[in-house]
Write a protein that binds this ligand. Structure first.
Ligand SMILES: [Zn+2]
Length: 305
């Protein structure tokens, strides 16, 4: 008997190191509202966390249909990582259907990563419906600006550490390793975009203001009349005239917006319409955080040549 136990012990000693650090059952279950935040939570959580996203990269993150499958994901969640600034307020409906007290608003498992972000496009007057879907708290599309990743990942470290304080040092180490890789990529992006400094671009939806500002480009106009309001013929005529006058070469289009219309406008103005990944996974090859920005920077450089 004793011999049998010894053998079993030896066998476990051999098998033990081969097991992953945490099995699926004891991983922290994180749900992120959008894939950018899933990608960043995976970087910070490493093999201690299992992360799912409610929205897919090709979707319009302002309007996600709440299906029972989303509520099911939230029911099992230890943490919900959200973008905030009202981009993903639809998640609230799913949370209410999920009946999970860990992630209700105000609970330690609710992580709003906009905390500390220097928000752009904050309306200076009172917002009303006539202005379209203006985001009253400011422009919520900050997640794919690499300069925001240090703030976002700090919020994620804090959220994960509220749930598993014993792993705070590991989360912080993972974060630092990711930010070091991001720094290298940042040097590459800065070099690539240096020649485009000062350039003005037209965008379909005002989704790009953070990354444009980061690298010294600017938004000249949007194809939407007002945010979230479809383009009208009169507005498009004005945009085409402006593009010709200012010799604007590019219209940035989100994967969920009307590429045909953008291409028609671009052709009339002697410019190009280019689809960029508005979120991780938005276009082919943009499947990681750094990969998505790589794609966007390269596509922009190519289109503006
Ligand atoms: Zn928006």
């Amino acid at each position: 008997m004793r011999r049998a136990i010894l053998i079993l012990g030896a066998a476990l000693a051999v098998i033990g190191p081969m097991l992953p650090a945490a099995s699926a059952a004891d991983k922290i279950h994180v749900v992120a509202t959008i894939p950018d935040l899933k990608a960043l939570t995976e970087e910070v959580g490493g093999n201690l966390a299992e992360v799912e996203s409610l929205a897919r990269g090709t979707q319009n993150a302002h309007e996600i249909e709440i299906r029972p499958s989303l509520m099911l994901k939230l029911r099992r969640a230890d943490l919900l990582v959200e973008n905030g600034l009202e981009l993903d307020s639809w998640a609230e409906v799913a949370v209410q259907g999920a009946n999970n007290s860990k992630i209700v608003r105000g609970a330690p498992g609710r992580v709003d990563v906009s905390h500390g972000v220097p928000v752009l496009d904050v309306p200076s007057t009172r917002v009303d419906r006539s202005m379209g879907d203006v985001h009253p708290l400011g422009n919520p599309h900050y997640s794919l600006d690499p300069g925001m990743a240090p703030i976002i990942t700090q919020n994620i470290v804090d959220g994960l550490a509220r749930f598993a304080p014993e792993h705070r040092a590991t989360f912080e180490k993972n974060r630092q390793a990711f930010l070091a890789r991001l720094d290298e990529a940042m040097a590459r992006w800065t070099r690539a975009l240096e020649p485009l400094k000062g350039a003005r671009v037209v965008v379909y939806h005002p989704q790009w203001i953070y990354i444009l500002t980061r690298f010294g480009l600017s938004q000249a106009a949007t194809l939407e009349d007002r945010p979230g309001i479809p383009a009208s013929p009169g507005h498009l005529t004005k945009v085409i005239r402006q593009m010709k006058e200012e010799r604007i070469k590019v219209i940035i289009v989100e994967p969920w917006n009307d590429l045909k219309l953008a291409t028609r406008v671009a052709e009339e103005a002697g410019a190009k319409a280019v689809v960029l990944a508005s979120m991780v996974g938005g276009v082919k090859g943009a499947d990681s955080y750094i990969g998505a920005i790589d794609h966007n920077v390269n596509a922009l450089v190519m289109a503006m040549k």
